[in-house]
Design a protein around this ligand. Structure first.
Ligand SMILES: NC(=O)c1ccc[n+]([C@@H]2O[C@H](COP(=O)([O-])OP(=O)(O)OC[C@H]3O[C@@H](n4cnc5c(N)ncnc54)[C@H](O)[C@@H]3O)[C@@H](O)[C@H]2O)c1
Length: 307
């Protein structure tokens, strides 16, 4: 069977960590694409040299040549600036929109059948920019947001209850920004609704911590933003596609009227398989939840208007 080819544009903290997880899981050959050619080559070679110890045969190359990315099955865009303390994701817009446009223009023509995962922030807006620049079908472009926000919320619930995080499910919809919509009603531990296990004040503090989960890490790191949980989240999305898992995950997807929102990327639950977004799952939302989702979508639309 042909090994998958995965191009990761941006070999910084998130990109390199995705590359590491990709080869450890043997998901495919990796191309680290970056304007910093030698840094990408150095990281690629270092990863390659871990193969004999880890027991993987994936090839890893670093490059700044678009043609080296040809015939990728997955393209992941992490190129761009990360937040520093005090910055919101939207503060990155002006810089990152140019970088994402450039990268997508450079590499997507070489891989017309790839699935594109956009990580660069603000990721919902950048996914829309990437859709426009690539000309890909909308179901082949997704942004990182909900999987990361939900894994943060799952961690906070598990830590609060002192139980295995594996047993905890949580769902965060909306744009990947301060207006994201963590849904307590759709969060559970081993099938038991969290509302039966935690008091309302604790649940509200978990919701707030989830909304500001990225900023909490930025504040601690000082020089950049989170990358371990983001990379794990991207790899989960990538695995769903490569293994045609039909996994139900919240991702930033192009909605065409679902949830009353049209022509925009926003975090919604989708079925993710080898064709990309195979279905958008529409949940019954309470009026306040629906309003929160609309507000979050409007913030994304406004950001795109400024891109
Ligand atoms: N959507 C999410 O949930 C999420 C989570 C974490 C990080 N992010 C975002 O991902 C991006 C990357 O974060 P990071 O921590 O890896 O940053 P980083 O600074 O460590 O890495 C960025 C990399 O992009 C490269 N780059 C810049 N311009 C380029 C270009 N034109 N072509 C190719 N490569 C280019 C840089 O050389 C660098 O290696 C940031 O925008 C960050 O905000 C998003």
């Amino acid at each position: 069977m042909k090994r998958a080819k995965i191009t990761i544009a941006g070999s910084g903290n998130v990109g390199a960590t995705i590359a590491h997880l990709t080869v450890l899981k043997g998901l495919g050959d990796v191309v680290l694409y970056d304007i910093m050619t030698e840094a990408a080559q150095g990281k690629a070679l270092d990863l390659q040299e871990s193969g004999p110890v880890e027991g993987f045969d994936c090839l890893v190359v670093g490059t700044s040549q678009p043609s080296d990315t040809a015939n990728s099955d997955i393209i992941i865009v992490t190129a761009g600036m990360a937040r520093k303390p005090g910055m919101s994701r939207d503060d990155l817009l002006d810089t990152n929109v140019n970088i994402v446009k450039q990268v997508v223009r450079e590499i997507t023509p070489y891989s017309p059948h790839a699935l594109l995962i956009v990580v660069t922030n603000p990721s919902d807006v950048m996914a829309q920019v990437a859709l426009q620049e690539s000309g890909y079908a909308p179901e082949k472009v997704i942004g990182l947001g909900g999987v990361l926000d939900s894994t943060r919320m799952r961690s906070f619930i598990a830590l609060e209850l002192g139980i295995s995080c594996e047993d905890v499910g949580a769902l965060v919809l909306g744009g990947h920004g301060d207006g994201m919509v963590p849904l307590i009603r759709y969060s559970q531990a081993g099938g038991v609704p969290v509302e039966k296990l935690l008091d309302p004040e604790t649940l509200e503090s978990i919701v707030e911590r989830t909304r500001h989960g990225g900023a909490e890490i930025v504040h601690l790191l000082k020089t950049g933003s989170a990358y371990y949980a983001p990379a794990s989240s991207v790899v989960a999305m990538m695995e769903a596609v490569l293994k045609d898992k039909k996994a139900v995950m919240p991702v930033s997807a192009y909605v065409k009227g679902e949830y009353g929102i049209a022509d925009l990327f926003v975090g919604v639950p989708v079925i993710l398989g080898r064709f990309g977004v195979e279905k958008i799952v529409e949940l019954d939302l309470l009026p306040q939840e629906r309003q929160d989702l609309m507000n979050s979508a409007e913030a994304v639309r406004k950001g795109f208007g400024q891109a």
